[in-house]
Design a protein around this ligand. Structure first.
Ligand code: GRG
Length: 278
């Protein structure tokens, strides 16, 4: 199957599950729920949840086992974008070609919509349902802890904090590496680890996929920097950044070697991360 067709098919499945998890937009408080839905359904690529499902599948797991975690990471990603766009951070008016959440609604609502998306992510991972009683919840809870580590102050939020600290100072190479691996890389890498774990992968498989995730997480940010002429690309220059990106792609693909032809999808996703134009 063509990779674009695969990504579109997976996105559709993920959107359906997200729609089921998010409160209806007319449920009280409707302005908040409308803002949450506005941010989540505004045309994201769904790369992170797609990675969770792909990692679950490559180790032989039923994709459905990965869906709660897939939705959780996408909600967290959208919370981070809402907050990142706000005036106290990047102060952006547009995201995905549409007004940012605080522009469409207001700052207070956007702040709370982000808070509520983050909370919903962990509710999804920790809730019991008739088909998932408390004793069947262990893997989900371990996953919640993995994700919390990746997105908290030692992960994504930490990377964002260091990035903000450095806005007015001359930035050194180790610091930019820290920002890239934490702000963007940590969430992407944990998608692979969580998916492989939920799919029942062996320790070696989980580690290998986590390694692939770290490479493409970094690749993702460097490509972003190349597109915006920012961060890493600004520091080392675009040709050098391109070289680094290509090197990361090769390293990511090398890790996939042990999975043979089953790695086709992850290999094509890595290509997509390098060649993406948006
Ligand atoms: C505010 C807590 C907090 C964290 C913000 C991730 C982040 C940390 C900020 C985003 C800044 C940014 C645009 C980084 C570049 C990489 C990135 C995360 C791009 C957006 O991800 P895509 O391209 O987005 O996967 P879509 O729109 O497809 O969902």
């Amino acid at each position: 199957m063509n990779i674009q067709t695969y990504l579109a098919k997976q996105s559709k499945k993920i959107d359906k599950a997200l729609d089921g998890y998010l409160p209806k937009k007319d449920a009280t408080p409707s302005i908040l729920h409308e803002a949450m839905r506005y941010a989540v359904f505004s045309g994201g690529k769904r790369i992170r949840p797609i990675l969770v499902l792909a990692a679950c599948g490559i180790v032989g797991g039923d994709e459905r086992k990965g869906m709660p975690a897939a939705c959780a990471v996408e909600l967290i990603h959208n919370y981070s974008l809402i907050h990142d766009d706000m005036p106290c951070m990047d102060d952006d008016n547009f995201r995905r070609g549409q007004p940012t959440c605080h522009k469409k609604f207001n700052e207070e609502t956007a702040l709370l919509a982000g808070d509520a998306l983050l909370t919903l992510a962990f509710q999804i991972l920790s809730q019991t349902t008739p088909s998932r009683p408390a004793k069947a919840l262990e893997r989900q809870l371990v996953t919640a802890s993995l994700i919390a580590n990746a997105v908290g102050s030692r992960g994504m939020v930490g990377g964002q904090a260091v990035d903000l600290e450095c806005q007015t100072t001359q930035i050194e190479f180790p610091t930019i590496e820290y920002i890239n691996t934490h702000k963007t890389g940590a969430l992407i890498a944990v998608c692979l680890k969580a998916g492989a774990y939920l799919g029942g992968g062996s320790k070696g498989e989980i580690q290998a996929l986590y390694g692939y995730g770290k490479y493409i997480g970094l690749l993702f940010q460097i490509v972003d920097d190349i597109m915006d002429r920012e961060g890493y690309a600004k520091m080392v220059g675009v040709p050098e950044a391109r070289k680094e990106a290509e090197g990361l792609l090769l390293k990511a693909k090398k890790v996939l070697g042990r999975f043979g032809p089953k790695a086709f999808v992850l290999s094509r996703i890595a290509d997509f991360v390098l060649t993406r134009k948006y």
